[in-house]
Design a protein around this ligand. Structure first.
Ligand code: PLP
Length: 379
């Protein structure tokens, strides 16, 4: 009997994977600069596709990594004592209330692994962060997608959509890719209506960009809500996206469960050291936030001048409507500008641009103006 006959009679391991795994549409990351360079041979590329920090890495974080290079033969501290201590001190929580992640993406995955599975469901909004449906699907749970209101979360409808088998409610505030924001009072009112059998995952990847007026103390709310998990990241305002480090804060009981599904040594030595240093570098954070504020004004004004609709954004990016998103995305690529198509978020007429340095924002706006036939390109 030939191997072919065998395989005809016996399905392969791949054939036997669960239907919910086969149904997954993989996450689509922003196009890397080097990839566009290879494809088009361009020398000057502006990447505004992944909400990265245009200021780069804090010098203090760089130094902290330098100081750790010689220790790399050793495993990292699997409990992240130093970083957890720094987070605990900064945010007035205990170390035992913190779980560290390889990016905050890890925290979302841990919530799904610990709280979801076959026969359960998760509620999230339409146009919400792509990882919520992915994490839900990966563990064989059912996703309940709630229609958005003005591209933002309709929190009342989301709480109303909770079913008996619902175990997780995912909320990004501000949301990516829309940039929409739910004020603290609305969040609190909704949280008080969430039944105890549901873990609220409040994903605050962009919380550092909020003005003092909009900022709220979700970590202080943990005293009231034992079913609340707040996730934060070092990827955006702290400028460490390439290192992959984030954290979750919740009750001891929730954190204990998340730690059970967390892989050992999930955060590496350099990431631990850099994140601790980045947290201490409040000057860098302040500069990042200030740069974003100025850039957001520049970009939204520029898009408005081009007659384009934008969604008011509380993050470090803004969605704008161009009609044929795919065509404008491709045209921008040819001019060396990488933005993010968001058709996979149900928004094919829109693109999302991250706020960059003033010069990068200007390059983007000039290229877009040319493409739309509304301006002359910069020399
Ligand atoms: C960028 C982002 C994250 C953070 O991702 P990391 O894994 O921490 O890099 C989480 N949630 C949302 C909504 C985001 O936009």
């Amino acid at each position: 009997m030939s191997p072919t006959d065998l395989s005809a009679r016996h399905p392969s391991a791949c054939d036997l994977t669960a239907a919910h795994i086969r149904a997954i549409a993989p996450y689509q990351p922003g196009k890397p600069t080097a990839e566009l360079q290879r494809e088009l041979g361009l020398t000057h590329i502006v990447k505004l596709a992944s909400n990265e920090n245009p200021l780069g890495v804090s010098p203090h974080a760089l130094q902290a990594m330098q100081d750790q290079l010689e220790t790399l033969a050793l495993y990292p501290d699997g409990n992240g004592y130093g970083l957890k201590s720094a987070i605990a001190a900064r945010f007035c929580v205990s170390r035992e209330q913190i779980v560290l992640g390889n990016g905050s993406n890890d925290i979302l995955e841990f919530a799904a692994r610990a709280f979801l599975g076959a026969g359960t469901s998760a509620v999230y909004s339409r146009h919400a962060f792509a990882v919520y449906p992915l994490a839900t699907q990966t563990v064989g749970a059912r996703g309940i997608e709630v229609p958005a209101r003005n591209y933002g979360c309709d929190l009342t409808a989301m709480v109303d959509a909770i079913e008996a088998d619902t175990r997780v409610l995912f909320i990004a505030n501000p949301n990516n890719p829309t940039g929409t924001f739910i004020p603290a009072q609305e969040l609190l009112a909704a949280f008080r209506r969430v039944p105890a059998h549901v873990l609220i995952v409040l994903d605050e990847a962009y919380t550092e960009y909020l003005t003092a007026e909009d900022a709220y103390d979700s970590l202080g709310w943990l005293a009231e809500f034992s079913n609340l998990l707040v996730s934060r990241t070092f990827s955006k305002a702290y400028g460490l996206a390439g290192l992959r480090v984030g954290f979750g804060v919740a009750s001891l009981e929730v954190i204990d469960l998340l730690n059970r599904v967390r892989p050992p040594f999930n955060v590496n030595t350099l990431a631990l050291a850099a994140a601790e240093a980045a947290l201490a570098d409040t000057g860098f954070l302040a500069r990042s936030v200030a740069l974003n504020r100025a850039g957001m004004a520049q970009v939204t004004r520029g898009l408005g001048d081009l007659g384009l609709e934008t969604i008011p954004s509380w993050g470090n990016f803004v969605a704008f409507r161009v009609g044929d998103g795919a065509a404008v995305y491709q045209a921008l690529l040819r001019k060396g500008v990488i933005v993010r198509p968001i058709a996979n978020y149900g928004m094919p007429e829109w693109l999302r641009v991250s706020i960059g340095l003033a010069s990068e924002n200007a390059t983007f706006l000039a290229a877009l103006a040319t493409i739309l036939g509304k301006g002359t390109e910069l020399a």
